[in-house]
Design a protein around this ligand. Structure first.
Ligand code: OSB
Ligand code: MG
Length: 372
């Protein structure tokens, strides 16, 4: 693939319902769509950074800057045998994994289209449909939360994740557990606790949760190890795991027993697969996390989650859970067994709705206008 042109479009998508986590409440979701042209074909990628640095230090603003000034000038005109070669090319750029992952996704899409293979096949995926769950934001009250969960169960979701934060934790989760005693249930704190304040979470240990996700700060690997020793429930890391090294070290240290893999967070699909492979060989369960992606990122997540080590349901819900209108013509729907079908067409297997793109576009740039 000889990269001829790269277009970056900053999108702001209205969410169907507000999404509240320990780091804030959102009514819209920003992202960067990347369109890469090579050999007369277009590949699509999604950079999952959001408007605010609440989940990660990376934002659409920082990733726009890094793409425009450094990554895209490095990549335009370059030739890639396969998408895996991209990492080496941009290794000189420190960090900014979300920007790199967005561009790498577009190269995977291009490569799949060129070789007429779906991404699932390129990655060694073994499933045609993947088990999924739904990530439920913090609601006004425990009663309201139970009602929202009940509605998702009626839609067919068989695994639910509850967002928690200090003072909106034990009571909320107990209410849901009381209402649904056998539901596959887990919680996500998005780094809102310290080793000390996490003592308040002790009652959660008796609620048969699948896991507790990222209770402590991104950098607190050692404190996660100390906390894990105090809980029977497996801890799962999300924000702390930015690379294969982090995954290996966290597991060696006993900081977690499960890993949430997001290709965007770790710098791309290639790194995500490497983490998957490591965990599979170490018999550590992994699952595919989500970042409220558009149809582009969702297609990528589904292909990744089709790999054999993804033994826990992913945060990959149906399109209608997030958006009234998406930027892909394809919409993903929930099957009655709480699964979603993995795209079968070459590459990501999605096409862009140009009308929707125009509607949600905030700004755009093309590599054609960049001075080298
Ligand atoms: O921590 O997993 C998270 C969304 C945005 C940022 C971080 C997270 C999330 C979710 C939603 O939990 C997952 C999804 O349905 O896409
Ligand atoms: Mg998380």
């Amino acid at each position: 693939m000889k990269i001829e042109q790269i277009d970056v479009i900053h999108l702001r998508m209205p969410l169907r319902s507000p999404f509240e986590t320990s780091f804030g409440r959102s009514l819209t979701r920003d992202c960067l769509l990347l369109i890469v042209k090579a050999d007369g074909i277009e590949g699509y990628g999604e950079c999952v950074a959001d408007w605010e640095p609440g989940y990660s230090a990376e934002t659409v603003g920082t990733e726009w800057h890094i793409l425009q000034e450094f990554i895209i000038p490095t990549v335009v005109g370059a030739e890639f045998e396969q998408p895996q070669d991209f990492r080496q090319k941009v290794a000189w750029v420190r960090g900014h994994r979300m920007a790199k992952a967005g561009l790498e996704m577009a190269l995977w899409d291009l490569y799949g289209k060129q070789t007429a293979q779906p991404l699932k096949t390129l990655l060694g995926g073994t499933r045609q449909r993947v088990e999924v769950g739904v990530s439920v934001g913090i609601q006004e009250s425990p009663q309201q939360l139970v009602a929202v969960v009940e509605d998702y169960l009626a839609q067919g979701y068989a695994r639910v994740k509850l967002k928690i934060k200090p003072s909106r934790d034990v009571e909320d989760v107990q209410a849901v557990r009381r209402a649904f005693p056998t539901l596959r249930l887990q919680v996500d704190a998005n780094s809102a606790y310290t080793l000390e304040s996490a003592q308040a979470l002790k009652p959660l240990d008796d609620l048969s949760l699948l896991l507790i996700e990222q209770p402590l700060d991104e950098e607190d690997l050692w404190d996660h190890h100390r906390l894990q020793k105090e809980f029977k429930t497996p801890l799962c890391l999300d924000e702390s795991i930015l690379s294969l090294q982090h995954a290996r070290q966290a597991l060696e240290m006993g900081s977690c027993q499960v890993i949430n893999i997001k290709a965007g967070r770790v710098g791309g699909i290639t790194e995500a697969v490497a983490i998957h492979d490591h965990c599979l060989s170490a018999a550590v369960p992994v699952w595919c996390g989500g970042m409220l992606e558009t149809g582009v990122g969702r297609a990528s997540n589904l292909a990744l989650a089709s790999l054999p080590g993804f033994t826990l349901p992913g945060d990959i819900s149906a399109t209608e859970r997030y958006y009234e209108e998406d930027i892909t013509h394809e919409r993903f729907v929930l099957n009655s067994d709480s699964t979603i079908d993995v795209p079968e067409r070459p590459g990501l297997g999605v096409t862009l709705d140009r009308h929707a793109l125009k509607k949600y576009q905030i700004r755009a740039f093309t590599s054609r206008n960049l001075v080298k």
